[in-house]
Design a protein around this ligand. Structure first.
Ligand code: GDP
Ligand code: IMO
Ligand code: MG
Length: 430
């Protein structure tokens, strides 16, 4: 039996949604384990585009179980809206195919407001968050004052929990000159939607244990990317959860030995949304071109993504940090028209060459990429499904990249469509 974790190896938006959807034909269960509706995963199936934020990408397939694990922060209103949106596209969503962990923590309107207040007040120091309340919700979780899905069961309990969390938020709000948040309104709003959420709620750790006993194949779907990990990313310009594969165990309640293969999704170039260091960023015409050809606009916030060359140093680093077994290389077709293509193979920092990104943000901002230059292939790869059919220069680029990151490229994606994928090694069949 193989269970696979799919995670982003860069700054998010690597094409996780497409690859999870493609792999989910073989999986029985698809599980989200961290993040929230800051994620935006795009699936294109027979010309129809689905943009998923909280729902696992397996939801679009028939006869699959989708799970939102305890490690996810859930905005209940955003979730209900997303369920309605996907149902309107003819997809079934009910307790028979969607499970939400009883112990998942809720994102409430005051979290979203706090995210906005802080970002607006930070000026140049802003993180460029998605303003969905992700950070403040995780803070309350770790601060042990959060409201969890199970708290919606009893009005008395909810009242008590709201009292605790609002004591904290209202003290901060007062200090910032903002209005005090009223408990009764949010309580009645939550009680109104409680039955719609609670019907999906189950002990996820127990369901996963059952599925494991039944030898069902489980696909863990990461959100964001390792460079946005709160411990290992470009802190403080990160999200507030662990995005590494290990989070699949804590974010669902199964041991690390439940994950047999870690697939790192990696774009053939690099993008980043929001603020923070980005050594290979291109602020020139080529960067613009990558953005246009790659349609690099945020799925969640429609923000323009920053674009740059493939950073081999960073990807090699994230592979080691997260224990990635194989790479799914995506968006190769976006490079089709370039005369030359570069891979960053080292950094220069104050006169010396280094082979990793240091943890200090001021050093991260200072490093200068050292590039290896490749000839472009200047012919279409879009839609190619066999490695042999790729142009020679594309093969050379892929092989050099594979050698540099010291990890097998197990698939290559050549368009947003599910089937436009070159399979080299099937993670479920190893
Ligand atoms: P995720 O957050 O990692 O799931 O990625 P997003 O969905 O936010 O962004 C990836 C974008 O690239 C989406 O618009 C996908 O439809 C698109 N995409 C995925 N794979 C490919 C590919 O191989 N080629 C092209 N051209 N687009 C792709
Ligand atoms: P997917 O799953 C790209 C970025 C935000 C910001 C930082 C913190 O689609 O790859 P947050 O709202 O999480 O507090 O924002 O993280 N960010 C993402 N960037 N893809 C994502 O998700 C992201 N989720 C958060 O832009 O820089
Ligand atoms: Mg995305």
């Amino acid at each position: 039996m193989k269970n696979v974790a799919v995670i982003g190896s860069q700054w998010g938006d690597e094409g996780k949604g497409k690859i999870v959807d493609w792999l989910s034909s073989q999986a029985d269960v698809v599980v989200r384990f961290q993040g929230g509706h800051n994620a935006g995963h795009t699936l294109v199936i027979d010309g129809v585009t689905y943009k998923l934020r909280l729902l696992p990408s397996g939801i679009v397939r028939k006869n699959k179980i989708s799970i939102i694990g305890n490690g996810v922060v859930v905005d209940p209103w955003a979730l209900l809206d997303e369920i309605e949106e996907i149902k309107s596209k003819g997809i079934n969503v009910g307790p028979d195919n969607l499970i939400i962990a009883e112990s998942a923590n809720l994102i409430l309107p005051f979290h979203r407001e706090m995210d906005e207040i802080r970002e607006d007040a930070a000026g140049k120091a802003k993180i460029g968050t998605t303003r969905r309340g992700i950070g403040p919700a995780y803070e309350d979780k770790v601060g042990r004052r959060s409201i969890r899905v199970m708290d919606l069961v009893s009005e008395k309990n909810l009242d008590h929990r709201l009292e605790t969390v609002l004591m904290h938020h209202n003290a901060i709000r007062k200090g910032l000159g903002k209005q005090i948040y009223q408990k009764d309104k949010i309580k009645s709003d939550l009680l109104k939607i409680a039955p719609k959420i609670l019907k999906f709620s189950k002990p996820v750790w127990k369901k996963i244990d059952e599925y494991k006993s039944q030898k069902k194949k489980i696909l863990f779907e990461g959100a964001q990317g390792i460079l946005l990990d709160v411990d290992h990313g470009t802190y403080p310009f990160v999200t507030s959860s662990n995005t590494v594969a290990g989070a699949a165990a804590t974010g669902t309640g199964c041991g690390p030995n439940s994950i047999n293969y870690v697939l790192g999704i990696t774009k053939a170039y690099t993008t980043r949304v929001g603020e923070g260091p980005f050594p290979t960023e291109l602020k020139d015409k080529i960067g613009e071109e990558l953005g246009i050809r790659g349609n690099e606009f945020g799925t969640v916030t429609s923000r323009k993504r920053r674009c740059g060359w493939f950073d081999g140093v960073l990807v090699r680093q994230t592979i080691k940090i997260s224990g990635i077994d194989g790479i799914a290389l995506t968006k190769l077709d976006v490079l089709d028209e370039l005369d030359e293509i570069k891979i960053c193979i080292a950094y220069e920092l104050e006169g010396s060459q280094i082979d990793y990104l240091p943890a200090a943000v001021d050093e991260q901002l200072k490093v200068k990429p050292v590039y290896k230059i490749f000839k472009g292939w200047k012919s279409p790869t879009k839609g190619i499904q066999k490695f042999e059919q790729l142009p020679d220069n594309a093969k050379i680029y892929i092989k050099a990249l594979e050698k540099f990151i010291e990890t097998k490229i197990s698939s290559i994606s050549t368009s947003p469509e599910r089937n436009d994928t070159i399979l080299i090694e099937d993670p479920f069949k190893l």
